[in-house]
Write a protein of this length. Sequence first.
Length: 220
Amino acid sequence: MKTILSWSSGKDSAWSLQALRGDPSIEVAGLLTTINEAFDRVAMHGVRRQILEAQAEAAGIPLHVVPLPWPCSNDDYERLMGDYVRTQVSAGIEAMAFGDLFLEDIRSYREQKLHGTGLKPIFPLWGKPTRALAEEMIDGGLVTYIATIDPKKLDANFAGRVFDRAFLDDLPAGIDPCGENGEFHTCVAAGPMFSHPLSIRPGKIVTRDGFVFADLILSD
């Protein structure tokens, strides 16, 4: 089944790719990312497009970018994504995969929007206990940085840290280990889904639009 994977640049997308590659019935034909065209960065995560493109190259999968205006209304988002989905169905794509873990409203929204389009929604990590999943990612060789923090939920000092067991142990009570409630977002530098690691380092910590970003930099 030819599948497009929603790719945020973060750990859940990367581990979804790892899971999908273990399924002989699935062919991952592309990685889909929405880009904030005003900043040329991954929407929500704030990751530079250069890093995103390097991830796709290391994964050996074509990158599909949907530019979003800034600001972007929900109507604009749904129109642009609808256009993309129709294009992919015409090209023979059969499914779209997402790295969602347990938020029922998000899953329902995706299922609703894909209903009747010809694309089957797939959730390869759905329902896995998130502490165990986080440890599985770390033990499996995933190297990832904390790219974005919601300071209303988590202290800004976590921005730029490596997602490792020390990070998990330092999380306050009530914070999901995978950040599924929007506490933090990540950017993957290495893992078994990549042919080679990326040399990424945290740059300046900046605050914009109510979020804290670690400006991650790709080294040559």
